[in-house]
Design a protein around this ligand. Structure first.
Ligand SMILES: NC(=O)c1ccc[n+]([C@@H]2O[C@H](COP(=O)([O-])OP(=O)(O)OC[C@H]3O[C@@H](n4cnc5c(N)ncnc54)[C@H](O)[C@@H]3O)[C@@H](O)[C@H]2O)c1
Ligand SMILES: [Zn+2]
Length: 358
């Protein structure tokens, strides 16, 4: 494919570069704009001096976390990029939140500038920094609505610097690992078998997950054909659990538990064979370390059933008649999308709220 006439941010096969930040930053054009997670800058004291040596137009520091996806933060990044020419580069150094707001900013500045993503969380490395999506949140009547204002703007390069992952907590590693295992379980049976035999090193996990996500996104870069739906395995009930925990349960852990519940739904509908569900659940426990079912039970017991129904109905994957459209595992590495009626998942409710496998 020729990429010569593609505007900045248009889909192109990603270029992943691995190395230390100092080595990779040597190729950053002078006069770029960098958006940096303040926490990462503190934990990695050579980060800012390395960037400054490249004579950037601006270094915008943001506090990582969902608040980085506000319009206020977006305005700060846009202000920092005001004098960036259309040929300029925006570099995003941080987790998924800094990456998401920077993606929106790169799309808006001069109607699109070049974006380079430097994911510093495992979740960003295996998932959010790839696939072109960026979004900011909106506060409506005091309630934060996640991701309603978004764009597709593909990064030209991803810089993978393992040094950043050394300061992640065990929880942060688990969250990213669960998203990575999601891709392996739902997309690649032979890789799954290898992972079960020998748990992968972190760099291998990142490489494999990025390859798998890219293989899906490249077939449907702007999500026109529904092919990217497979990436939502575990997300239907995952989002519900995140919500009812008031976001105390992290997204990665929510997806981990959401996969277990999706396996239950799949078994009930006869889509997921029992042995497949058992192997997947065991692998999620032994590999990335999915939280126990009792965690999901405690959250579900607290939430009125009618709130769960409302949350599921608001899910962007729900069908027009209110039935759920769920990604279910038909074999390791293979998924199917099924409509799931309310009375179906309600059968599982007693077991789910007791924390036992139905
Ligand atoms: N665009 C997409 O396709 C996509 C996909 C999945 C998730 N997301 C978005 O990603 C966001 C979640 O990403 P996240 O989990 O990376 O969150 P995050 O950016 O909030 O980072 C989590 C925390 O880790 C800190 N941190 C970052 N790098 C660190 C490091 N190297 N060492 C120690 N601490 C570090 C941050 O300061 C923050 O406090 C959500 O907003 C979600 O909507 C987007
Ligand atoms: Zn996810």
């Amino acid at each position: 494919m020729t990429t010569a006439f593609l505007p900045p941010g248009a889909y192109r096969p990603p270029v992943d570069r691995w190395g230390t930040f100092a080595r990779l930053a040597a190729s950053l054009p002078e006069g770029s704009v960098a958006v940096v997670d303040r926490t990462v800058a503190k934990l990695h004291p050579t980060l800012l001096p390395t960037l400054e040596a490249r004579r950037p137009r601006a270094i915008v520091q943001l506090t990582g976390g969902e608040s980085a996806k506000s319009f206020t933060a977006l305005e700060k990044v846009l202000a920092g990029g005001l004098s960036l020419p259309r040929s300029g580069t925006l570099l995003a150094v941080g987790g998924g939140t800094v990456g998401d707001v920077s993606t929106v900013a790169a799309h808006l500045l001069k109607r699109g500038v070049r974006l380079v993503q430097v994911p510093t969380t495992l979740l960003a490395a295996v998932d959010s920094s790839l696939g072109g999506k960026g979004a900011v949140d909106l506060t409506v009547r005091g309630r934060v609505v996640k991701n309603p204002a978004g764009v597709f703007h593909y990064a030209e390069e991803g810089w993978l610097c393992p040094e950043f992952f050394t300061t992640l907590s065990e929880t942060q590693v688990r969250e990213g690992s669960l998203e990575a295992w999601k891709m392996v379980i739902s997309l690649d049976a032979s890789l799954f078998r290898r992972y079960v035999r020998t748990p992968p090193a972190l760099t291998k996990l990142v490489k494999d997950a990025r390859r798998l996500k890219e293989s899906v996104c490249s077939q449907d870069p702007y999500e026109h054909q529904g092919l990217r739906r497979v990436l939502n395995f575990g997300h239907t009930f995952g989002h519900v659990l995140e919500s009812v925990s008031h976001f105390k349960l992290s997204h990665g852990d929510g997806v981990g538990l959401g996969m277990l519940l999706a396996l239950d739904v799949g078994r009930l509908l006869g889509v997921t064979p029992g042995d497949v569900a058992a192997r997947a659940e065991e692998a999620l426990a032994n590999g990335p370390g999915v939280p126990g079912r009792e965690r999901a039970a405690a959250l579900l017991r607290r939430a009125p059933l009618k709130d769960i129904v409302t949350l599921l109905g608001a899910d962007k994957k729900a069908g027009s008649a209110g039935e759920l459209r769920m990604v279910l595992l038909s074999a390791i590495g293979t998924t199917e999308v099924h409509d799931v009626a309310e009375h179906t998942w309600r059968e599982l409710w007693p077991a789910w709220t007791k924390g036992v496998r139905p």
